[in-house]
Ligand binder design. Structure first.
Ligand code: ASP
Length: 422
């Protein structure tokens, strides 16, 4: 990377962090002064809403083309089809193990701190959980019947299946396949450039989105739920820095400090959008260009991770289950805790990478364990803020997973990883 690029990428990260802090302060101030009607109409509902929505739409706009093109290039470059199976197996194993660790950590903290034990159930909680599709249907739905429909609906798993099939067929058709792959590689460069151009606007987009959330979100909802809130935050921070830090250091054998330094821009986008799906273009770009994971692995690991790997969501679901049990005075047996680990792992897999879905799939966990689903009504008020933090943990898990698989496959570029002093 050239010196100017290093500098501009460093400046961009600093600008993003400034946008984030400024948005937070601006939002909190607006909320605290109980603003006049014109501020609500023209600032919160006008400028902040329009600016944030346009940035979010632009991020989402890039997701489908990026996943499709990048994964076709990645799959097309694999000389050996068996490799996809091995990479997929490694990734699934990593996702399952880290998610189960995340929930175990969440349960441990919740049992130690007991956030719901002195909670008085004076609020009448109400929450009606929507129906969840059956497991069998969910598995069948991974396979697309119409690729255009899959893309129009942004159905990530179906797009992944189609792109892999298309990509691995390219080398089987000789010269024609080579020509097409070259075109997809060119397209990939264009879409990646679009991601980089959009990143230039990220500081403003992030400012608008964060300011809007905090302008609308008073902290009064936080007080009665403070203990629950803090336990989830503590578990999220421990997982983000301790668990992932240890995985990076001892399993992936990389310097964690470099990882977090290079990844903070992605964390800011995840935090402000609360959506792993919308953050996907930035995660993919950073993992490939700044961390040194090759396209053949990143293009597979990052979209799959953004769809099914949600450690932060699982943490919230673990703490929430224990909190609701304690608030309702229900004793949980050892079997119930194991059931929470298994069902929250599955529920987090079924959680789409969009804002606020984790709290809905929590209903599945509560039902399996026999806890009152209406307990969700107690915690829903503080969920918007937790969603921001847990999404940041979700995307970190995807990036660490991509590094892990690339290292295990001996395809990681250590020069790129170490060579950046941003
Ligand atoms: N917002 C989370 C994500 O996109 C999902 C959730 O927990 O609601 O990763």
């Amino acid at each position: 990377m050239t010196k100017e690029k290093k500098l501009s990428s460093h400046r961009l990260t600093v600008r993003i962090l400034i946008g984030m802090v400024a948005g937070l302060i601006f939002g909190v101030v607006i909320n605290a002064i109980s603003p006049a009607e014109w501020i609500e109409i023209y600032v919160t509902g006008g400028l902040l809403h329009i600016g944030g929505s346009i940035f979010l739409a632009s991020l989402k706009l890039l997701v489908v083309p990026l996943v499709l093109v990048s994964l076709i290039c990645g799959a097309g470059a694999l000389e050996d089809v068996k490799k996809i199976g091995r990479i997929g197996g490694r990734m699934m194993c990593y996702y399952m193990c880290t998610t189960a660790t995340a929930i175990a950590l969440a349960l441990l903290l919740a049992l130690l701190i007991q956030p719901g034990s002195d909670f008085h159930l004076d609020t009448t909680a109400s929450f009606t959980a929507p129906e969840t599709p059956s497991f069998v249907q969910t598995v069948i739905d991974i396979f697309p019947t119409n690729p255009v429909k899959a893309m129009a609906e942004g159905n990530m798993l179906q797009i992944i299946v189609f792109a892999i099939l298309f990509g691995i067929t390219l080398p089987m058709v000789g010269e024609a396949g080579k020509r097409l792959l070259a075109i997809f590689n060119d397209l990939n460069e264009v879409v990646m450039k679009m991601v980089m151009l959009l990143m230039e606007f990220a500081p403003y987009g992030i400012f608008f989105m964060i300011a809007k959330v905090f302008a609308g979100q008073g902290f009064s909802a936080l007080l009665p739920m403070l203990k629950y809130f803090l336990v989830v935050v503590a578990a999220l921070l421990l997982h983000e820095f301790l668990v992932f830090g240890l995985i990076l250091k001892f399993i992936v054998r990389l310097n964690p400090a470099i990882f977090y330094k290079k990844f903070r821009g992605v964390l800011a986008v995840a935090f402000s959008t609360s959506s792993s799906g919308a953050t996907l273009p930035i995660t993919l770009e950073t993992v490939e260009h700044d961390l040194g994971v090759p396209n053949s692995i990143a293009s597979f690991a990052i979209p799959l991770g953004a769809t099914i790997n949600m450690d932060g969501t699982a943490i919230m679901q673990g703490v929430a289950s224990v909190f609701i049990a304690q608030a309702y005075g229900i004793d949980l047996s050892l079997t119930s805790y194991l059931l929470i680990i298994v069902t929250a792992t599955l529920a987090s897999i079924g959680t789409a990478g969009v804002p606020g879905v984790g709290i809905i799939t929590l209903a599945m966990v509560l039902r399996q364990v026999g806890l009152p689903v209406e307990g969700i009504g107690l915690i829903i008020g503080v969920d918007r803020l937790l969603d921001m933090l847990r999404t940041a943990v979700n995307v970190t898990g995807d990036a660490v997973g991509a590094c892990y698989v690339a290292r295990a496959e001996k395809q990681f570029d250590l020069n790129i990883y170490n060579n950046e002093k941003i």
